[in-house]
Design a protein around this ligand. Structure first.
Ligand SMILES: Cc1cc2nc3c(=O)[nH]c(=O)nc-3n(C[C@H](O)[C@H](O)[C@H](O)COP(=O)(O)OP(=O)(O)OC[C@H]3O[C@@H](n4cnc5c(N)ncnc54)[C@H](O)[C@@H]3O)c2cc1C
Length: 385
């Protein structure tokens, strides 16, 4: 399929594809088995400019946007979704700064991430607030020129590895979601701590950790956006970053198609596939069509973000939900196509299956995306009337 990529997009896609084959593929099994954070790979990615791919040039980036992020993420996830998650989490964590930061905050906090000097993490989820993000309990209380943070976050990607954190806190409990305020916090802040790396079924090399705040004094100047507007900061950020999760899932799906085609095309299998396996042909046709539909949706939404479209919630949620659901289905169909060989660990499909399943959960479960889509559609229909 031709997605009419620009010469720049074709270049960055080819560069990321080559990078993934050379610098990621040889380590996939090891990283998964040892659950090791891919710090060496991320360092190489930053040298290639991939960490800066979604930042404007004035903040150390290459001037690309969400489409560039998606193209790189897709190619890396095609080989290892754990590495792509560690990479794309930097976008999730810095989009709040890009969207709501002051000029000073952007210069100070985006530049080191764009250059790969520091990684970033996005801290919203808490032990009692996942889907219900408005129910967070971490507090921030003003004390002169500082806010004092107390509480904890859990399941934070790049937690502990990141030097920069965008953290969501409650500044006015009586207002619920309208009492949330976002801050930028540095790892070295006294009172900030993190727990051990979660051991996960998939994307095992990515670091997911609990964060804790005990009387953490964060300068009031690090507030992101206005006081009590943090929920809006979080939602606008997710609208911008969800196509990136779609791209991760798309990469996994494409990786699945690659493996199936390699397998079927091998000399011993091809004849059997041509002559007697019509049902299996049907599965390959269904699988590859779903993958192209994911790509069309993810790229369309990424382009809408970069074009400055404001009403992104519905399309963004659709791209995340569709592409992640497809990745799980793709991995399952591929395992059926390969039969017993699909279940072999060294075939790599079982890892893709484990990785795909997790993409349905983070940045809002797909049940939550359905709510965003349905309510968003009704709202815009009412507006048009
Ligand atoms: C690998 C991984 C990485 C993550 N990284 C980050 C990160 O970097 N930063 C961060 O802040 N968070 C992160 N998270 C947390 C993630 O965003 C939450 O797990 C997710 O939002 C769901 O929250 P929960 O796990 O508390 O589930 P719950 O909210 O407890 O939901 C449990 C189940 O109920 C369903 N449900 C809940 N409410 C509704 C509803 N209103 N309608 C329909 N169904 C509903 C959910 O879909 C789910 O199936 C990560 C999670 C994982 C697994």
């Amino acid at each position: 399929m031709n997605y009419l990529l620009s010469p720049h997009e074709i270049e960055i896609q080819a560069k990321a594809r080559e990078f993934a084959q050379t610098h990621v593929a040889p380590y996939v099994d090891e990283l998964d088995r040892e659950e090791r954070f891919p710090v060496e790979i991320l360092a190489k990615m930053s040298k290639e400019g991939f960490l800066g791919a979604f930042f404007p040039k004035e903040y150390g980036g290459t001037g690309g946007g969400v489409m560039d992020l998606c193209l790189v993420t897709e190619e890396i996830a095609r080989v290892c979704c754990g590495v792509s998650t560690s990479y794309a989490a930097n976008a999730l964590a810095t989009f709040p700064i890009l969207l709501f930061g002051t000029e000073e905050q952007k210069k100070k906090y985006l530049t080191p991430v764009a250059k790969g000097e520091k990684y970033a993490a996005f801290g919203l989820t808490e032990p009692n607030a996942g889907s219900d993000a408005g129910g967070i309990q971490t507090t921030a209380v003003q004390d002169g020129d500082y806010y004092v943070l107390n509480g904890s976050k859990q399941w934070i990607t790049n937690g502990g590895e990141a030097g920069i954190y965008t953290v969501f806190t409650m500044t006015d409990k009586s207002r619920g979601a309208r009492g949330i305020t976002a801050f930028i916090m540095e790892k070295e802040t006294p009172g900030f701590g993190y727990g051990k790396k979660e051991s996960k079924m998939g994307i095992r090399c990515s670091a997911t950790r609990e964060l804790s705040f005990q009387d953490c004094r964060v300068p009031a100047a690090n507030m992101l956006g206005k006081k009590n507007m943090g929920f809006l900061v979080a939602m606008k950020t997710l609208d911008m970053s969800r196509p990136g999760v779609g791209a991760e899932a798309l990469g996994v799906s494409q990786g699945v198609v690659d493996k199936v085609l390699d397998y079927i095309s091998s000399a011993s299998k091809e004849q059997r596939f041509h002559t007697s396996f019509q049902a299996i042909q049907g599965k390959l046709a269904e699988l590859s069509t779903l993958v192209e539909a994911s790509r069309a949706l993810v790229y369309a939404v990424a382009r809408a973000v970069d074009a400055g479209e404001q009403d992104l919630a519905v399309g963004s949620a659709m791209s995340k939900m569709f592409a992640t659901d497809v990745s799980v289905k793709a991995a399952a169909l591929a395992m059926e196509i390969l039969g017993e060989d699909g279940a072999r660990r060294d075939m790599g499909l079982e890892k893709m299956f484990r990785d795909a399943k997790i993409t349905q959960i983070y940045e809002g479960t797909n049940e939550i995306q359905k709510g965003v889509i349905a309510l968003g559609l009704v709202r815009s229909h009412r507006k048009k009337k």
